[in-house]
Design a protein around this ligand. Sequence first.
Ligand SMILES: NC(=O)c1ccc[n+]([C@@H]2O[C@H](COP(=O)([O-])OP(=O)(O)OC[C@H]3O[C@@H](n4cnc5c(N)ncnc54)[C@H](O)[C@@H]3O)[C@@H](O)[C@H]2O)c1
Length: 391
Amino acid sequence: MRKVNNIVVVGVGQMGKGIAQVCLMAGYNVTLMDIQEDIIKNAVNYIKNGLNKLESKGQLLGGLTTTGILKNLNTTTNLIDAVNDADYIIEAIIEKLDIKQKVCKGALDNSPDHCIFASNTSSIRITDIAKTSKKPANVIGMHFFNPAPLMRLIEIIAGEKSSKEAIDIGVEVGESLPCLRGERYVPQVLKDRPGFIVNRVLAPGRIYSDYIYDLAYKKGIPWEQVDADVSNPKAPMSQLVVADFVGRDVSLHTAEYYAETLSSDFAPGEFVRKQVAEGNLGQKTGRGFYDWSKGRPKPDLSKKAGIVNPMVYTAIQANEGCRILEEGVCQSWKVIDEAILAGMNFPGPMKSATENYKQMVELLEEYSEKLKKSYIKPVELLRSGEFVDMV
Ligand SMILES: NC(=O)c1ccc[n+]([C@@H]2O[C@H](COP(=O)([O-])OP(=O)(O)OC[C@H]3O[C@@H](n4cnc5c(N)ncnc54)[C@H](O)[C@@H]3O)[C@@H](O)[C@H]2O)c1
């Protein structure tokens, strides 16, 4: 397999700067490319501060120093200059298909023939990004979780035309990148389907959440009590604080995306549409479920509303896990659980499903009727329990 020495990170905003830092820490020569000078400056500062902190704690491996590592760092606003001797390009630009296609084509037209283009897209099909390029075999997905230096998971996604060599190199590069919270987990995503593994398995939980939010709104139940129902008391932020932090508009758009690509049952609920229409988007507008005008809210979770059955979430996720096994997105339920743990820091649903799938099937029959959402009906692999042997 061809050795990777020179990595270019295109787009060094929120995700790209962390990705570049771990590439540098792994010993690669790294070029940062962005269309905005100030974003590049900000990324360089972020990387310097990150490395300095690690060096002062003795956490830079292999005798590396910040000064030594920074000698391998270059920056440019010109894509053609950036990629002329690149072995591997990681794209982390804005989530827009036409712009990603343009960057993919421009990067592969101007780089050596062996160069691989790995997109960090969170939702766009890799096959679509590769479509206008002359070398679709060199295009793969490389999905990091935020922030890249801390989250262990990197999903490597095969587009319809990706070569086996490109995938193998993607996995090798992914596994070579240090992670500050333990060992990297770099599963292959074998089919180019929406949400890949982790986001996909967690996606249909939103169908139940929207049902709960609509119900609570109609009944006038305080959000703190709903939050107490859905949150893990040990988590650093409760569920509805996280929802406000991420943004209600982001949630609405994600629901619309899955409604378009998977099933109309994902169509956003009434309450989230109302929140977005009224501009109550969460932290960024000062109000979402909670008031953020005096900083991060600290909800009192001592009283529950008692309208949520947490087992329904686990059953919905396990069912989606079985659905992606049926689709051939991955081949083992253990991969799903490992990926969720590495990407989200909480356990996946599949191990529990191996023991409780019969109860889950009953629960999903009941709730698909109750919510009038046929998407959450149990799929064949869960019903039969045959997924248990897919280890
Ligand atoms: N933020 C997350 O939590 C997260 C997690 C996983 C994946 N992603 C994906 O990563 C990608 C980047 O997301 P982000 O949150 O870092 O966005 P961001 O807005 O913080 O950064 C995007 C950067 O791309 C630059 N850019 C735009 N067009 C460009 C072009 N033509 N050439 C070079 N640079 C260009 C912008 O100047 C900006 O600095 C998206 O595809 C997103 O879906 C994001």
